[in-house]
Design a protein around this ligand. Structure first.
Ligand code: NAP
Length: 495
């Protein structure tokens, strides 16, 4: 199928579809894929085809590695101040184009426009933050304990990086990797998710405009991510794999990267507990859970997946929360008054239906929602389930949708044990009026990130990442994110 045969979205000029729907972005050039294939991008609100993008093959992957290698020397030798200014310009252009980018995200991902606007602001911050970091990379100097020599540690760019991102944050998951990689002096190849490639291509055009030299950022889309990624990782010039996505694919990629002993950063799945104690500020906890559960319609790795309520607050919380969930406006992401957009695919809706059916079969009560509407679009309504059994499948698997299971608990020890009873360890939320208890529970819950009396953890200035099977490494933060793209070189120096 030829991409030219697809009818373009009516807004194609505004989004720049004409340029990026006809090529992969390799070496600063928009070029066709080596094969004949195209990937259709579907609007989850209407199920209509928005546009098609090229389907890269293994030979396109080789071309992307070649382009990244050709640009590597020039970029690592570009003075940090110059790199910083280019990254700063990326930030400014993203802020200037925020409305267009947000609309594009809503179109291909389905998320409510207000969520997309939030994502663009978050995504742009990674450029501002790393523009500031690019000029603050410093080494170490010390004397060896024996006194025999000095220890000098220099931090160098790790080399060519392969970056793989999911569909749920098409802009932010890419900029959270690209900005620190470029700040460190690396060149990159980005493989965005097949469902949401348009934001990645739109941003590639923006980087070019900001002054990112050809070959420093390359973007390719493919329907065969396994072989295409394996081909890139087999090239000895590739030294880094930074992946965000499911734990299952993360495991596969770790095995693939092991063949050439490639450095890996893994941002994987989550199963976040949201714990509310009797002494919590009820209204604040309700505001918090609405963000923690419903940002991105629940399609977030940090989404509250298990809501634990202490007995004394269970009924009051449940009543208020159910009212708020039932009142949310469900609709197409691009409509400005939508609060809960569609899921990404029909398959995602079917997974939610399976999890809800399983919970009901084990005694859960549906307080609102609970049934996907008929008609076009991958919609699922905001749903609250009470009296959910801890043995339900949704207690172990990511729901990735607007479904809130409520569990009752009595004691601190009981809720800590329940919260930790998962292979995941990404985010956790705790609401209590007693900050001492909050800190105590925070230290016992196995998670890379804790939100204490807050419904949101993500911040470019803080280290984002998980423990256990939620991942390896950190993104963002004062030095963590950029350190993932550098190698320490130790020089034993006598003088
Ligand atoms: P996914 O199925 O693991 O896909 C993620 C990316 O990996 C996509 O680009 C996908 O490409 C690619 N991929 C799939 N199979 C591959 C293979 N064999 N080799 C190389 N690449 C491959 O995850 P998803 O459904 O897009 O995203 C949801 C998951 O991401 C959830 O588990 C969520 O918790 C997690 N997530 C984690 C974080 C975090 O920071 N920890 C943030 C956001 C999301 P295709 O699209 O072509 O399949």
């Amino acid at each position: 199928m030829n991409g030219n045969q697809h009818s373009l979205h009516p807004d194609h000029d505004r989004f720049g579809f004409r340029s990026f729907s006809h090529g992969l972005y390799i070496g600063g050039v928009w070029r066709p894929a080596a094969g004949e294939g195209w990937i259709q991008v579907i609007d989850p609100s209407t199920e209509a085809v928005v546009v098609a993008v090229p389907d890269a093959t293994v030979s396109d992957a080789a071309a992307a590695v070649e382009a990244a290698a050709s640009a590597a020397k020039g970029w690592r030798e570009t003075p940090p101040r110059k790199r910083s200014e280019i990254l700063r310009r990326c930030f400014e252009l993203m802020v200037e184009r925020a409305e267009t980018l947000a609309t594009l995200i809503s179109l291909e991902n389905g998320k409510a426009l207000r969520d997309a606007q939030g994502e663009v602001a978050y995504a742009a911050e990674f450029f501002r933050w790393n523009a500031e970091e690019a000029v603050r990379i410093s080494g170490e100097f010390g004397i060896a304990p024996s006194g025999a020599n000095r220890i000098i540690v220099d931090y160098q760019p790790i080399g060519i990086c392969v970056l793989i991102t999911p569909w749920n944050f098409p802009a932010a998951m890419a900029t959270r990797k690209i900005a620190p990689a470029l700040a460190a002096g690396c060149t990159v190849i980005l493989k965005p998710a097949s469902e949401t490639p348009l934001t990645a291509y739109a941003l590639a055009a923006l980087y070019e405009e900001a002054g990112v030299p050809p070959g420093v950022v390359n973007v390719l889309t493919t329907s065969t991510p396994g072989p295409v990624t394996a081909a890139m990782l087999a090239d000895p010039r590739v030294r880094k794999l930074s992946f965000t996505g499911s734990t299952g694919i993360g495991r596969t990629l770790l095995a693939e990267a092991a063949k050439n002993v490639i450095s890996c950063s893994m941002e994987l799945g989550g199963n976040a507990p949201f714990i509310v104690f009797d002494d919590a500020d009820l209204d604040a906890a309700i505001e918090g859970v609405m963000v923690a559960k419903m940002r991105n319609a629940g399609e977030a790795c940090t989404a509250a997946n298990r809501i634990y309520l202490q007995s004394g607050i269970y009924d009051a919380f449940t009543e208020k929360f159910t009212q708020r969930m039932a009142a949310l406006r469900v609709g197409p992401g691009v409509d400005s008054d939508t609060e809960c957009g569609p899921m990404i695919t029909r398959k995602a809706v079917e997974k939610i239906e399976r999890l809800v059916a399983d919970a009901i079969s084990r005694g859960a009560r549906v307080l609102c929602g609970g049934r996907a509407p008929a008609g076009r679009g991958f919609f699922y309504p905001p749903t609250v389930l009470a009296d959910v059994s801890p043995t339900s499948d949704m207690g172990r698997e990511e729901i990735f949708g607007p479904v809130a299971p409520l569990y009752r608990f009595e004691s601190e020890a009981e809720v800590v044990a329940a919260a930790n009873d998962t292979e995941y360890g990404l985010a956790a939320y705790i609401y209590t009026g007693d900050i001492g208890r909050g800190m105590r529970i925070a230290s016992k819950v196995e998670a890379g990130m804790i939100a204490l009396n807050r419904g949101l953890v993500s911040d470019p200035a803080a280290p984002f990442g998980g423990v256990k099977q939620s991942g390896l490494g950190r993104e963002g933060g004062q030095h963590h994110g950029i350190a993932e793209f550098m190698e320490a070189k130790y020089i034993a120096t006598g003088f």
